[in-house]
Design a protein around this ligand. Sequence first.
Ligand SMILES: CCC(=O)OC[C@H](C)CC[C@H]1O[C@H]2C[C@H]3[C@@H]4CC=C5C[C@@H](O)CC[C@]5(C)[C@H]4CC[C@]3(C)[C@H]2[C@@H]1C
Length: 418
Amino acid sequence: MTSAASWTTFIKSIASYNGDLSSLTAPPFILSPTSLVEYSQYWSEHVDLLLEPNFIVDSDDDPVELKRMIAVTRWFISTLKSQYCSRNETLGGEKKPLNPFLGEIFVGKWEDTSKEQKLGETILVSEQVSHHPPITAYAVENKKNNTILEGYNGVRASMSTTALNVRQFGHALLEYRNLDETYLVTLPPLHIEGILAFSPFVELEQKSYIQSSAGYYTVIEYSGRGYFSGKKNTFKARIFKSYEESLKKEKALYTISGQWSEKSAIAKGSSSPSSSKGETFFDASNYEAQHLTVKPIDDQHPLESRKAWKDVAEAIRKGDFDLIHEEKSKLENKQRELRKAEEANNAKWARRWFDEVDYSKDSLDNDIFITLSNLAHLSIKNVASGVDSGSAKNDDVEGMSHWRFVPESFDKETEIKI
Ligand SMILES: CCC(=O)OC[C@H](C)CC[C@H]1O[C@H]2C[C@H]3[C@@H]4CC=C5C[C@@H](O)CC[C@]5(C)[C@H]4CC[C@]3(C)[C@H]2[C@@H]1C
């Protein structure tokens, strides 16, 4: 069957789509040989920007906490091209990632590329902590600068007539322990355009937020073609002294605008910097992403993603549909056996490096996630990321559990080597 014909068949299959992305049997050419558990690496492909707040010195213009919020906003914007465009660059378009099995892990490290060697080594640990629904938890840890980024992600998707609408669940917490400062980062809604046109790509939409423990608050508004400037991947970010001040746009201390996958500019105040007038904020096309180092597959543990999916990934690269199906079934049958055995022994799969914390317990009142969520008026329930605590969506959701990194569990790790 030609790829155009199988794509049309596939599109028809989406019509009866039930919201669980993994239930879609996409044709081989839309399948990615990469598992979703690897996507956590996209949070840290500019390690220097992630660690920059550690090196900002106080000076007489802006308060140092405001300078650090500008630096954290720059780091966050710098992650978006890797998060949402890297498949277009390497695979010629957005692809359907492999659906990680429960307990699947992905680890790697970024060497220090700074000439002063001030960054030190940064490591990534990523673990599939849930299979139904799929949830990936991750931590990026830099011991030399006492900095940890931890977070988790799950998605819910629904089809509109031409696009796949995706809501992200979860958040990221970025802790600079030497500065006693932490940032809460929410995850933007997105949709996949171009499905009918046979070349799918991600477009971000609506808003996401960054809340600093020092009070500063960034609102980022996304749009695709035809909104702010008719260009794809455009955004406008405003930095405020607090959530309360953000209720009046004119109170913005800085405004940043442009394309998150290309150039953006920054200007003081609430007016958008025109690309000529404003100072360059970030230029994605001139800032090479730094890819992490992953040990050879032969040295990997059976639970490590590239080892576990090796035969499926090779079949996908060959485009051999029958072989893909055969190799995938082998892996999925092994997983079914594991689940059955756990059920028989009344044992649950032990998560390696993350805990599911129930925030409905009042003993957690001064937890940093609650503190920052309250500062930003964000719900702490299991609603989509970035939902306001006053939103009606809050009422019909009870769950209040979030995944948190357990640093000592990784320090004690003996089987998995980075
Ligand atoms: C319409 C059904 C279908 O399978 O069409 C195939 C198309 C390629 C579109 C569906 C897939 O598109 C992929 C894009 C994936 C997101 C990309 C980036 C991120 C950021 C990361 O930090 C967390 C994960 C997330 C949100 C990915 C989630 C899974 C997405 C939507 C894939 C879709 C199955």
